[in-house]
Design a binder for this molecule. Structure first.
Ligand SMILES: Cc1cc2nc3c(=O)[nH]c(=O)nc-3n(C[C@H](O)[C@H](O)[C@H](O)COP(=O)(O)OP(=O)(O)OC[C@H]3O[C@@H](n4cnc5c(N)ncnc54)[C@H](O)[C@@H]3O)c2cc1C
Length: 397
């Protein structure tokens, strides 16, 4: 007979949603176990730009809306955690930047969109300096005589996502196992775990939470949508230093969102998303690189972009299905009996998602109970995944 393991909560999937939930439940005394079939963060989490949105980006459409409301408290919440003063202790995880910038070009439409967003999101958005005024507070890349835009500072820190995963994975290591193959829910509500060398284990959870991103597709009652992005990465000695900024155009999606990272060899990487990545799903790799070059040349013409190398990849955002097929306003939590399917929609919203799931556990009367994890001591533990700019199969040109 296969060994049977009774637990309070099984969490399937070790991206930010699963790991944050595990941390929250373990801190509250629940017997929770996280099961990952690959490396931690391999789905969307390590592809994220790491921006802890405070809502400014969502004010670009001219009204705050439910997304801006949902994320408004997230920068503060994450900062408290990073300082060891929050629910989850993230001390040791790194911030890449204290804030994101937003810049409008000279075009009247761009200026207007940024102006209204700044009025709407007062408190989260601060104008740095008007054209022609002192530029010492601009991000260094924009401190150039040929820059003629308007710059705002947003209350949006940027986290080093892998460092967050590392902290959580290390602290709760005994409650995280790697399974050989995707975890499948059996009709009786049990899960079968496959050890590489030993007999299977049957886990009997009081509640199972699927926080598996696109892997939640196996649950027919929790329909998901996949929205692709064609992301671009740039590297080379001509990159003019780190930049964390949205450039706004005429639409509600930033024209370009730039974050900066360092690859395993210490080289600076510009990671490009926003409108470029949204619209880029209709372009192949070559066209997307051409589009990125054009955009950078148009926005930062004083940089010589010729020697800069580019690579691209496509990734799917997995979210709860919307009738409009557009971006969900907030997290998605669905329940069928004692099984929950959850999507944070944004990395920034993982803490809110964990809070909502804990609320569901209370509704189901699942109470914290101590769990002896020693029987799992010799189970393999998943490693942390790799950032896209360090993927081996990328073609740079
Ligand atoms: C390009 C890009 C940029 C983004 N930038 C930002 C940003 O700057 N700020 C922000 O707030 N949000 C951002 N997001 C959104 C954010 O990345 C996601 O909302 C978040 O990472 C989703 O986390 P998750 O844990 O739900 O899913 P995932 O990260 O996809 O993790 C799912 C995990 O489940 C595992 N898994 C899947 N199926 C199974 C199974 N059957 N059994 C066991 N394990 C399984 C996978 O291996 C994976 O590790 C971005 C998204 C993308 C794609």
């Amino acid at each position: 007979m296969n060994p049977l393991f009774n637990i309070d909560v099984a969490i399937v999937g070790g991206g930010i949603a699963g790991l944050w939930l595990l941390a929250r439940l373990r801190e509250r005394g629940y017997g929770a176990l996280l099961i990952e079939s690959d490396r931690l963060g391999t789905g969307q989490t390590l592809c994220a730009q790491g921006i802890i949105h405070g809502g400014a980006k969502y004010g670009l459409r001219g009204y705050a809306g439910p997304t801006a409301e949902a994320v408004a408290g997230m920068p503060d919440l994450w900062r408290r955690c990073l300082n060891g003063e929050g629910d989850i202790d993230l001390r040791g995880a790194a911030l890449l930047a204290e804030q994101q910038y937003l810049w409008a070009t000279r075009a009247p439409t761009s200026r207007l969109v940024a102006f209204f967003a700044s009025k709407l999101m007062r408190g989260h958005v601060e104008k740095v300096a008007d054209e022609g005024m002192a530029v010492s507070d601009y991000p260094p890349v924009l401190r150039h005589p040929d820059f003629h835009g308007t710059v705002y500072r947003l209350d949006e820190p940027i986290v080093d996502v892998a460092s967050v995963l590392n902290i959580l994975a290390e602290r709760y290591r005994d409650a995280i196992v790697r399974n050989r193959g995707p975890v499948v829910l059996k009709a009786d509500g049990n899960l079968t775990l496959h050890h590489p060398e030993r007999a299977q284990w049957v886990v009997r959870p009081a509640v199972t939470v699927f926080a598996a991103g696109a892997g939640n597709a196996g649950l027919p009652w929790a329909t998901l949508q996949l929205r692709p992005l064609h992301m671009v990465m740039a590297r080379g000695i001509n990159l003019p230093g780190p930049l964390y900024a949205h450039c706004v155009g005429a639409s509600e999606v930033p024209r370009l969102t730039v974050t900066s990272h360092y690859d395993a060899s210490g080289r600076l990487i510009w990671y490009l998303g926003g409108g470029l990545a949204e619209e880029g799903v209709r372009r192949d790799r070559r066209e997307q690189i051409r589009a990125a070059r054009r955009e950078l040349q148009a926005l930062l013409p004083w940089v010589d972009w010729n020697p800069v190398e580019f690579a691209t990849f496509t990734v799917q955002r997995a979210e709860a299905q919307q009738r409009s097929r557009g971006r969900p306003a907030t997290t998605g939590v669905f329940r069928d009996g004692r099984v929950i399917a959850a999507w944070p929609t944004k990395l920034a919203l993982a803490p809110l998602l964990a809070e909502q799931i804990e609320e569901v556990l209370r509704t189901l009367d699942v109470r914290p109970r101590p769990l002896d994890l020693r029987p799992l001591a010799d189970w393999p533990r998943p490693e942390i995944g790799v950032y896209p700019w360090d993927w081996e199969d990328l073609a740079w040109s």
